[in-house]
Design a protein around this ligand. Structure first.
Ligand code: ATP
Ligand code: MG
Length: 516
């Protein structure tokens, strides 16, 4: 049911008289703000008459606005303004505050693509039987240090850590697996296994910002607790690829490896240390230092000197125990059975300490230097290392920022789910018509039809052109003529066909037409 406001009478000058109609009220407001402007102008001009000072104030405002726009995106632009008759500047300096280095705002229409990606993640994870978990943006620093590992880039160089007012060491989360395990243990969620969780949200790493590498980035990911068998590893890889497929990314490379279990990794570690010691002089300074502290970290180095030495280094596959070999072989068969092509790359080790057995990376050729989209693997020792019971786990994390960069180059559309911004635009030709349309539009929106009205009342041609360009399907137009007969004109924006219908029927007519 549409309840309509009676169309108000034509506007009249009020000059302080009681405001009876809606327009009168607005006129009154307009008049008083004009007076305020006049007073401000008066002060600036040092006591000239109010009318000419108001005009001057308007000129000044325009000048400032123009200068401001001209200053563009410069960071610390100073804007000095003088009036034509030498009145001193009012704004000597306006600082543009910008987003911190390595962070960015997500603006429309691009925000619609983020929404589309978020919906796809929700839908696919739910389809695979995973439930969402949301953890705080910050955690106690200890949540990350031990699980991720000292000597890793994240812990040594990239964490945003600070002491809060209560003297606690706090860290903005650089990843979500450790927080998820912290939450799972805190709330006793491991009592009923398997436990399948997914998350999405911002992460923070103090990195050197560049294309695809930010200080606030966004990740989504899944974690499966309680399944030791390779079916879980295979499911998680399939899930990651399904999200990529759903957003239109078809070009990628999936590389997998096995890091073995605690026992076989020890033998490998010894062999690696022996090899690296013999070439220690050729390694980077960081890697030389890691040789005693955490030699496996060296495998993850991107320093060309280390990469060169590592080409000759022993690889894990020669040291896997029988159980680890079988786990890896079955995983590869399962992936193959789902039509997933995975390359075995014995050099994939991943940058986090907690991985055991399976590790994998998904990368793309379309991202330049930052080509890794996804990292994941099995972490059978993590829950216990964080104080919980021995519980196997496997998960992945995908960078949402990089996914969207790839989706753009794969031709992702501007609007989410292929929908226009709104289906219906309401066009009022004058102020009373706008008031008439407000409740009609509200009722239409309540019917789950997306609708909008340009309250600035631009000229009708401009409004209809903008509506057509935004992909809207219908315009509902009301002017004085329609108002007199309590009707509206409905225009199909594709065919330009117009018809008149009773205002009371707008809601049901739109619902019917939009069904098709
Ligand atoms: P890289 O080798 O690019 O530094 P990583 O190994 O540090 O990646 P992970 O910790 O495995 O990355 O995180 C998983 C995914 O999150 C990455 O594949 C990437 O897509 C994304 N990611 C990680 N750090 C950033 C960042 N600083 N900016 C944008 N995306 C990031
Ligand atoms: Mg990194």
């Amino acid at each position: 049911m549409v309840v309509r406001v009676a169309a108000p009478a034509a506007p009249q000058a009020t000059n302080g008289a009681a405001a009876n109609s809606i327009e009168q009220k607005y006129d009154h407001i307009r008049a008083s703000s004009g007076a305020a402007d006049a007073m401000r102008g008066n002060a600036l001009a040092g006591g000239k008459n109010a009318a000419s000072s108001a005009a001057q104030s308007a000129t000044l405002g325009t000048m400032m606005a123009r200068k401001y726009v001209g200053a563009g995106r410069r960071n610390d632009s100073c804007i000095a303004t003088t009036t034509t008759d030498g009145v001193p500047p009012v704004w000597n300096a306006v600082k543009h505050i910008t987003a911190p280095r390595g962070t960015f705002d997500i603006l429309p229409p691009e925000s619609a693509q983020w929404q589309a990606l978020e919906r796809i993640i929700d839908e696919v994870c739910t389809r695979f039987g995973y439930q969402e978990i949301r953890t705080p943006i910050f955690e106690s620093t200890e949540v990350f240090v031990k699980p991720i590992g000292e000597g890793t880039d994240i812990v040594d160089k990239e964490m945003y850590t600070f002491i809060d007012r209560g003297e606690r060491s706090i860290t903005l989360r650089p990843e979500l697996t450790a927080p998820v395990v912290r939450a799972v243990l805190e709330h006793n969620l491991l009592q009923s296994l398997p436990l399948k969780l997914y998350y999405r949200g911002p992460i923070f790493r103090y990195e050197r910002p560049q294309k695809g590498r930010y200080r606030q980035a966004h990740q989504w990911g899944v974690e499966c607790f309680g399944v030791a068998g390779p079916e879980a590893d295979a499911e998680i890889i399939a899930l990651g690829l399904e999200v990529m497929r759903a957003i239109g990314i078809t070009e990628y490379r999936l590389e997998i490896n096995s890091l073995g279990c605690e026992q076989c990794r020890k033998k490998f570690r010894d062999a690696l240390v022996e090899f690296l010691r013999s070439s220690a002089q050729r390694l980077s300074e960081t890697s030389q230092e890691r040789l005693t502290r955490n030699p496996l970290r060296i495998l993850d180095s991107k320093d060309p000197r280390d990469v060169d030495v590592l080409t000759q280094a022993p690889t894990m596959d020669g040291y896997l125990c029988e159980a680890c070999q079988e786990h890896f072989a079955v995983l590869r068969t399962l992936l193959e059975s789902m039509g997933i092509r995975a390359l075995h790359n014995p050099h994939i080790v991943r940058g986090l300490d907690y991985y055991t057995r399976t590790v994998f990376e998904i990368s793309s050729t379309g991202l330049g230097a930052q080509n890794s989209v996804c990292g994941g693997g099995r972490y059978d020792g993590l829950v216990r290392s964080m104080g919980g019971p021995q519980t196997p786990g496997v998960g992945l994390a995908m960078g949402m920022d990089r996914m969207l960069m790839l989706a753009h180059s794969a031709g992702m559309t501007q609007t989410h789910n292929g929908r226009p911004r709104v289906d219906v635009v309401f066009v009022a030709l004058d102020e009373p018509s706008a008031y008439t349309l407000v409740p009609v539009m509200n009722a239409v929106r309540a019917r789950h039809i997306s609708a909008d009205m340009d309250y600035t009342r631009r000229n009708i041609d401009k409004q209809l052109r903008a509506a057509g360009e935004s992909g809207a399907r219908y315009a509902v137009i009301v002017g004085e003529d329609e108002r007199r007969s309590s009707e509206a004109t409905i225009q199909n924006l594709a065919t330009r066909e117009r018809s008149r219908i009773a205002l009371d029927n707008v809601e049901s007519e739109l619902a019917n037409r939009l069904k098709t």
